[in-house]
Design a binder for this molecule. Structure first.
Ligand SMILES: C[S@@+](CC[C@H](N)C(=O)[O-])C[C@H]1O[C@@H](n2cnc3c(N)ncnc32)[C@H](O)[C@@H]1O
Length: 424
């Protein structure tokens, strides 16, 4: 199903503002991804596969009538930009080869034909000939296994691959595909679009079973529960929350970002899920969200345990932070304040004795904060005497300036006493 038509010689389709924002995020994330992968000037080569699973024709007109690039060209430009940045920042004398094979899939042959012509027109003819850029027609789900095999052949040791799965809707990427990607490729990352608003509107007790069969997202709610839930004024909030929990639990990713894109007008919120197997990948994506704060939201509270407050249906512009969470400077300040209150309580409730690394990994999927934000909160609490951070020898002075992964978090003895006293 497509709402886009690419016909060579006609004007390209229109791109809504929120999709332009999604492209900006993709571009920035990819640049950061490569900067993280090549931190040192002695590395000469990295190899990976990028799959653009719902690639489209590669060109649009935006709301102001200007031509803007689609995801295949955004990806190609981001790789080139990252390479130029790495060369400049590292003042390299050694060359760097970023060996990316970009595989673009679309179920529409006409769309791929448009993309082929566009790529040649924009100077990528040689890459098409050498198959550095490969165009594959078909439905992504049917091509998934072959793509995973291909990515694995190219990077058997590192298992490094990026899957950009910009589906239109919510049913074209069954959860089983996600599991197969992570099972074979240990450093795979997936950026998945999921039109949650459309699903919420569609789903009812009668079609739940067929939705579950098509997507493999099972057990969020029973048919009877769903019909009863829809009587509750906050049903969208509750259903989103349980669908989110099922999807993230069942896709077998260890780390995920639950961020949402909110069109400026009306309904149509979608999730832009980043799924990965490494905390650093998640942290890079979270950092990217902070730098796009005007357009992204996650539904929930600031600080930690963001889902304990549940999701919300819509934003109230007069009261944004209470209604949800944006990634503004104010949101950063509120997050910090909340963490300052939450962290000592978390340590008192069983977190005491954890290393900085263990503590961070235990909460990463529940917070919009980056690792450096969590560490800043830990340091502030340590300086204020609210918690103690000690090194392996039990010395608290070493952690005054910066934290290390193996530093241990404890509560000052008086504080422990106060908690015990309060509980008695
Ligand atoms: C929203 S458009 C392309 C968006 C593109 N990723 C971008 O950002 O420029 C979605 C594309 O997915 C294609 N498509 C729809 N269902 C598909 C499927 N099951 N497998 C592969 N492609 C599909 C459509 O033909 C359409 O070109």
């Amino acid at each position: 199903m497509s709402h886009y038509d690419w016909i060579w010689g006609n004007a390209p389709p229109l791109l809504k503002r929120h999709s332009e924002v999604k492209h900006a995020l993709l571009r920035q994330y990819l640049v950061e991804y490569f900067l993280t992968l090549v931190p040192l000037p002695h590395q000469e080569r990295i190899q990976l596969t990028i799959v653009d699973g719902f690639c489209g024709g590669g060109l649009y007109l935006n709301e102001t009538g200007r031509e803007v690039l689609g995801s295949p060209l955004v990806i190609l430009e981001a790789v080139a930009e990252a390479k130029a940045l790495i060369m400049a920042r590292q003042q390299r004398r050694k060359p760097l080869e970023i060996d990316v094979q970009l595989i673009c899939i679309d179920e529409s042959r006409a769309t791929l034909d448009y993309l082929d012509r566009l790529l040649r027109q924009r100077g990528y003819g040689a890459e098409l000939e050498s198959q550095k850029i490969q165009l594959v027609s078909g439905a992504f789900a049917e091509r998934c296994d072959a793509l995973v095999r291909r990515a694995h052949e190219r990077s058997p040791k590192s298992g490094r691959a990026l899957f950009i799965l910009d589906q239109f809707g919510y049913a074209a990427v069954p959860v089983d595909c996600l599991r197969r990607i992570f099972a074979r490729l240990k450093r795979a990352e997936i950026i998945l679009t999921f039109y949650i608003d459309a699903l919420l509107t569609y789903l009812d007790g009668k079609n739940l079973a067929s939705f579950e069969r098509a997507t493999g997202i099972v057990g969020s709610v029973s048919a009877d529960e769903l019909d009863a839930l829809k009587q509750n004024p906050r049903w969208r909030v509750h259903l989103q929350s349980s669908l989110y929990q099922s999807l993230t639990a069942q896709c077998s990713a260890r780390f995920y970002t639950p961020f949402f894109i909110r069109p400026e007008r009306g309904r149509g919120d979608f999730w832009l899920l980043h799924l990965s197997q490494h905390w650093k990948a998640r942290d890079v994506m979270t950092t990217t969200h902070w730098s796009h704060h005007n357009h992204f939201a996650h539904y929930g509270g600031a600080g930690l345990n963001m889902f304990s407050t549940g999701y919300i249906g819509k934003f109230d512009d007069e009261n944004r932070l209470q209604a949800g969470f944006d990634f503004s400077d104010l949101a950063a300040a509120v997050s910090q304040e909340k963490m300052l209150a939450q962290i000592p309580a978390m340590l008192a409730e069983g977190g005491e004795g954890m290393t900085v690394e263990q503590f961070f990994l235990s909460l990463i999927n529940t917070t919009p904060a980056t690792r450096s934000m969590v560490e800043a909160a830990l340091l502030a609490l340590h300086h204020g005497g609210e918690i103690r951070v000690v090194d392996e020898a039990g010395d608290a002075t070493r952690a005054r300036v910066s934290l290390q992964s193996d530093h241990v978090l404890t509560l000052p003895s008086q504080r422990t006493f106060l908690f015990q006293f309060g509980a008695a």
